[in-house]
Design a protein around this ligand. Structure first.
Ligand code: ADP
Ligand code: MG
Length: 214
């Protein structure tokens, strides 16, 4: 998509992610049930549906993308008591900060926002790749997205590469022992199971990709 990305586009994207989380809620809760406390699908649905609802009243004529991201961030944080609350709250704030002052977004801006989102998760949670968290999906996705953009690829292509990397990163969590978050208490018993946060990150990223397909 080469047209500019507007406040209305971002509102729609949040809505699409919220709907995806409703569809994926049970699967995400089941994954969390195996290595956590079975609430991850509920948290992600509450967070993104709260975020999508909170941005509806923003006036598309006067609000800017930063306000959309910041409003979504606050709503997500308020809606979610689980660890994913502050992680996505920070991520969405960082996305807003990355595009500060812009009335609408170019494809380059969207790549910047996407990469900032991923970095926000990592900064907030202090997890590295290999610790069996959502960072195992977000970090390689951001790297792949940035690399594709540096090669001059389209936003849709960048997000396709991001999704491929997120899927591979999520699959890789099966073979990891968790060292951050609730599942770190399980030690080797977490082996063989994918991380629910990485799985939901992949859902978020697939929504980004789907939204920006030409
Ligand atoms: P809780 O563990 O509080 O119930 P959720 O179920 O909403 O929270 O989210 C669990 C997910 O959060 C995990 O699967 C993992 O991906 C992610 N997570 C936990 N701690 C961290 C961290 N420090 N950094 C990044 N992600 C984390
Ligand atoms: Mg949980």
């Amino acid at each position: 998509m080469t047209k500019t990305i507007t406040v209305d586009d971002l509102k729609s994207l949040l809505n699409i992610i919220a709907e995806a989380m409703t569809r994926e809620k049970d699967r995400l809760c089941e994954l969390d049930g195996v290595i956590g406390d079975a609430d991850h699908g509920i948290a992600m649905e509450l967070g993104f549906s709260g975020a999508a609802k909170a941005v509806v009243p923003l006036d598309s004529a006067t609000a800017d993308p930063t306000l959309v991201f910041n409003t979504a961030a606050k709503a997500f944080l308020n809606a979610v008591g689980a660890s994913s609350g502050p992680l996505y709250g920070t991520a969405l704030m960082r996305a807003g900060a990355a595009v500060k002052g812009k009335p609408s977004l170019t494809d380059d801006d969207m790549v910047d926002a996407f990469v900032a989102l991923a970095k926000g998760i990592q900064d907030r949670g202090k997890a590295e790749v290999g610790e069996k968290t959502m960072v195992d999906a977000w970090a390689p996705a951001a790297t792949a997205c940035r690399a594709a953009r540096d090669e001059g690829r389209s936003l849709a292509d960048c997000l396709s590469e991001a999704l491929i990397a997120a899927e591979a990163g999520t699959e890789a969590t099966k073979h990891m022992v968790a060292t951050k978050g609730r599942s770190s208490r399980l030690g080797e018993r977490a082996l063989g199971h994918i991380d629910p946060g990485a799985a939901s990150a992949t859902v978020v990223i697939s929504c980004f990709k789907g939204f920006f397909l030409p």
